[in-house]
Design a protein around this ligand. Structure first.
Ligand code: ATP
Length: 445
């Protein structure tokens, strides 16, 4: 290959945990024995060069990827799920961690008459299909070249100068999600979309390329953005480049921009108050985006992006109860802690960051903090598993029962685990069917 060779083994060792290193080394040994070449590619290589930890191992095999995955799994202890049709496989470890393996197809080029068929490096073809130069580097893993950087498109230099650059001019036409990905990488690494690439994005947006994208793929990328550490600048950029209107045509960006920009700060404050990050990291931002719309519009947006019932309910609850909760938290008279807690708990946990950014009244903020801290301290020991063991069908009543026992604790009605269990039991008996419909139950607040 006509490319500068560099060996980045020391960087790999410095940045990657031992477990990942062992997998890479083993993959190289297994490939060598099978007569294949194997490479780690994509985000891991990029991040190692940036000295950022990345645990996502993507392997490209020049040879049979599925066979390699099978053999590797046998030696390092995992099971394999393979997709024969695509020549891809995942090695899944008992703890849920997994490694992706893809086969780089060998492609033959016919040359005129006398010349033989020429086999192009199939790795190069695989890398050429990728989104940006910074994501199109590989590291060789076979023992005799372990750590050798394969960089056909000058990705390393682009990393150094901080440029997000596509590999060819049709890239965004080929796959419009790359527009969102360009924004994501640019903002994440504080880089700049390189001028020609930026021109291509603007052209693609002008030609309404994003309208062709399925909402499913759009959502995939949007969710990735909202799960980043700092999505707010990415959303700014989406607005600036005219991308926002394809994702949220119903929402005027500048009307929610300020609130969204305050969410990271709110997240930090809440963590200090004992609040734990929700599993769905994107939801606090999503709620920030949707909070000014009507329930109908919000519902349509949730439907469009195919959100589950639970997630949709959280969005609708936030819109339905948010404003009322804000007002009630700010009332002048003394309110008992359990009452304050009840108000806060009309909202999903994921709405707390938004809620905090919207609170202006000092008393209200102080009360919110009190609720957060005492709720944290008074966390009951009973949980969903206990309720299940009592024989109840999983459903919305679980949450309500747990909230109720929480409030009982705050007001000093229960102290021990036995008391909690008894309390939950009687609560569930008291509220049992036929009033188990979530909407009906909620209307009783
Ligand atoms: P992250 O740190 O966000 O996981 P990543 O680069 O690993 O970043 P993935 O979405 O996991 O991102 O993709 C893995 C690799 O697959 C990328 O590095 C890139 O080379 C390639 N890739 C992913 N999506 C595309 C796409 N839409 N078009 C071309 N290549 C892509």
């Amino acid at each position: 290959a006509a490319t500068k060779t560099a060996n980045i083994k020391p960087d790999l060792q410095r940045v990657l945990p031992g477990r990942i290193m062992s997998i890479l080394i083993k993959a190289g040994e297994v490939a060598e024995r099978m007569g294949y070449q194997v490479y780690a590619v994509g985000g891991l290589v990029r991040d190692v060069l940036l000295k950022v930890e990345n645990l996502d191992v993507d392997l490209v095999v020049e040879g049979n990827g599925i066979e390699l995955a099978d053999q590797l799994a046998r030696e390092i202890g995992g099971r394999v799920r393979c997709h024969e049709k695509f020549g891809t496989a995942e090695i899944i470890f008992p703890d849920g961690y997994w490694v992706d393996v893809v086969t780089a197809r060998v492609e033959y080029y016919e040359y005129p008459a006398a010349l033989p068929q020429v086999e192009q490096s199939s790795l190069k073809h695989d890398l050429y299909r990728r989104d940006f130069t910074i994501n199109a580097m590989a590291v060789a893993l076979n023992p005799d070249r372990f750590g050798e950087l394969v960089d056909y498109f000058n990705g390393r230099e682009d990393l150094q100068i901080g440029a997000v650059r596509v590999l060819h001019n049709l890239s965004f036409i080929e796959d419009p999600t790359r527009i969102l990905r360009a924004i994501r990488f640019e903002q994440r690494y504080d880089m700049a979309i390189e001028p020609q690439t930026l021109r291509l994005i603007k052209e693609a947006v002008r030609e309404k390329i994003l309208a062709r994208l399925s909402t499913e793929r759009m959502w995939g990328e949007l969710k990735s953005i909202l799960e980043e550490a700092d999505p707010e600048h990415m959303l700014d950029r989406m607005w600036e480049l005219g991308v926002w209107d394809y994702l949220f045509p119903e929402i005027t960006f500048w009307e929610v921009q300020y609130v969204i920009s305050e969410i990271p700060q709110a997240l930090m404050i809440l963590r200090n108050w004992g609040w734990t990050e929700p599993a769905e990291k994107w939801l606090p931002y999503f709620l920030g985006i949707l909070h000014l719309t009507t329930q109908e519009t919000a519902y349509q947006i949730c439907q469009r992006y195919n959100l589950g019932r639970r997630q949709t309910d959280k969005v609708l609850d936030t819109i339905a109860y948010g404003r009322v909760a804000l007002k009630r938290l700010a009332v002048a008279e003394e309110v008992p802690l359990s009452e304050l807690t009840k108000i806060v708990q009309t909202l999903p946990r994921e709405a707390y960051p938004l809620f905090l950014t919207l609170l202006e009244d000092k008393t209200a903020i102080r009360r919110f903090r009190m609720v957060m801290e005492s709720v944290h301290k008074n966390k009951p020991t009973v949980n969903g598993k206990d309720i299940k063991e009592m024989g109840y069908q999983p459903g919305p009543m679980y949450r309500k029962a747990l909230d109720a026992v929480w409030r009982a604790r705050l007001d000093g009605l229960v102290h021990t685990r036995e008391e909690e269990l008894a309390y939950v039991q009687s609560f569930l008996e008291h509220h049992q069917a036929p009033k188990m419909q979530p909407k009906q139950a909620k209307a009783r607040h």
